[in-house]
Design a protein around this ligand. Structure first.
Ligand code: G3P
Length: 272
């Protein structure tokens, strides 16, 4: 029996331990990383929303994926060069559909307030916002915002940047943190070695990087594995049948249905 990795207290609505994670919200249907997208994920019954955080020029934590704002707003330039007030003037919805022209880039605090008592949150700290300081950096700011929002126990952090993971654990070793696997940082190490060296609580990996030969290692060591980003039913089924703990998807409605069908099938088989 491997190390008993602490399981996050998700708001799983159907009592099982498989996590439907809405990637940047229900982003197939709404502009990613906006309140309408998170609201859509809640309405579709997702267990968790995933979002990305970065810092503005006045050091506020905002929810946005790209380093540059042009793909998802009507502005130009880098997010880190704008104040929160100036970002708030941008239209963060029309690029997706003109019906969302009033959508704005949200601050992390706003999103956590919106999600409280409704859904768990995965906060991904973008590499662009990480530096070598651990006190005073984005990690400490996020931990404070989570604490102030009353969302402790319902938030898991993640990052591709090992520095962000180490900073979070150094500041608060009770924070739930998932590693986001990237070959350039971890090479051919096994998931259990990576987890052990960083002291993390879950292993998050792209569906195209996840190796079948890792299955024995994650099973033996009882490691929660979450796969991103899976939007089609066939691959959702494939990963659920492999035994993963959760899947990130832009289509949480499809994943809910696929997970429920598999559960029903397993129930019928066990009754035969
Ligand atoms: O956290 C899972 C997934 O979102 C990581 O990739 O590019 O969407 O940040 P990316």
């Amino acid at each position: 029996m491997g190390k008993p990795y602490h399981l996050f207290k998700y708001h799983c609505q159907d009592g099982d331990d498989f996590t439907v994670i809405a990637h940047r919200g229900a982003s197939a249907y709404y502009p990613e990383n906006t309140i309408p997208s998170f609201e859509g994920a809640i309405e579709m019954g997702a267990d968790m929303v995933e979002l990305d955080v970065q810092l503005t020029s006045d050091k506020e934590v905002v929810v946005f994926h790209d380093e540059k704002i042009s793909r998802c707003t009507d502005g130009r330039g880098r997010i880190a060069d704008y104040t929160l007030a100036s970002l708030k003037k941008l239209d963060a919805g029309s690029w997706f559909d003109k019906d969302f022209k009033n959508a704005r880039i949200p601050a992390l605090a706003e999103v956590l307030k919106f999600c409280k008592d409704k859904i768990a949150v995965n906060i991904e700290i973008k590499t662009e916002a990480v530096n070598k300081m651990f006190f005073g950096g984005i990690e400490e700011k996020c931990l404070k915002i989570v604490e102030q929002s009353g969302m402790n126990g319902h938030v898991v952090f993640s990052s591709f940047d090992p520095r962000a993971i180490m900073h979070l654990k150094q500041i608060d070793n009770t924070a739930a943190v998932a590693v986001l696997f990237e070959k350039k940082h971890y090479g051919s190490k096994l998931p259990s070695d990576i987890m052990e060296s960083l002291g993390t609580d879950a292993f998050n990996c792209s569906g195209s990087y996840f190796k079948k030969k890792w299955l024995a290692d994650v099973e033996l060591n009882n490691i929660p594995v979450n796969i991103y980003t899976v939007n089609d039913a066939r691959n959702m089924k494939r990963f659920i049948n492999m035994g993963v703990s959760g899947i990130f998807t832009n289509n949480p409605d499809i994943l809910k249905r696929v997970a429920a069908d598999i559960k029903q099938m397993q129930k019928s088989e066990s009754q035969e």
